[in-house]
Design a protein around this ligand. Structure first.
Ligand code: MG
Ligand code: ZN
Length: 227
């Protein structure tokens, strides 16, 4: 048992070192990177396409899409007209720093301001594997239920913002936004919180304003959130 635990610790510490080197590479090129995490179906790809459509005239944006087997999401993102690299994890349920490193040479880093990473849909291990990004964002969605911060505390503790997607269907679900938010607040006080709908566009402006501000702070050298 003891041996097994220390192996896991070694893997994570090797991952952390590689994440730091990924981060240095991004910083050398002046690219602000965000890691989007969520359970499957919460709307990661939809938030990315919405965000790119809104900000692509302001920033040079690229994407990395992690998926267990298909290129469906990467194809949707590439269709919005930005450089997109697909990482097929071959069944792994998260991205790690090695996979992210392997994607970097395929991206025009010197010509990007913002890199958006779509992690594999999973609320557990993506929280343990740093990639070397500047901010991490968790996307929850109304149909998943309002108890998720209570059930997946590690994920909620490690992020810089929470998006609550699919607000357009709130009336059809037994979802208490205040209860959800209290759960988030206990784990991560003062966390930026954006209830929105990628379908209707409601609430997207506040999310876009936050992201725009983070990228601008970074580009101007006054670095913001770190994770
Ligand atoms: Mg997706
Ligand atoms: Zn995993």
């Amino acid at each position: 048992m003891t041996t097994r635990v220390s192996v896991v610790e070694d893997i994570l510490s090797a991952n952390d070192k590689l994440a730091a080197s990924n981060r240095a590479r991004l910083d050398a090129a002046g690219v602000f990177a965000i890691n989007l995490m969520a359970s499957p179906g919460a709307g990661k790809t939809s938030l990315i396409t919405r965000t790119v459509e809104a900000l692509k005239d302001e920033f040079r944006i690229g994407a990395v899409d992690g998926d267990i087997a298909t290129t469906l999401d990467a194809d949707r993102i590439a269709a919005v007209g930005i450089p997109t690299v697909q990482i097929n994890t071959g069944g792994e349920c998260h991205l790690d720093a090695v996979m992210f490193q392997s994607a970097l040479p395929s991206l025009p880093l010197d010509d990007l301001d913002l890199l958006i990473i779509e992690n594999v849909g999973n609320l557990i291990c993506p929280a343990s594997f740093k990639l070397g990004v500047h901010a991490s964002v968790l996307i929850a969605s109304v149909p998943e239920g309002d108890d998720k911060p209570y059930k997946y505390p590690v994920m909620y503790r490690g992020v810089d913002a929470v998006v609550l997607n699919k607000m357009d269907v709130l009336a059809a679900f037994d979802f208490d936004v205040d209860y959800f938010r209290q759960g988030v607040e206990v784990l991560n006080p003062g966390l930026a919180f954006f209830p929105l709908s990628c379908k209707t566009g409601e609430g997207l402006d506040a999310w876009l304003a936050w992201l725009r501000n983070e990228v601008r702070k970074y580009v101007s050298g006054d670095s913001g959130a770190h994770s």
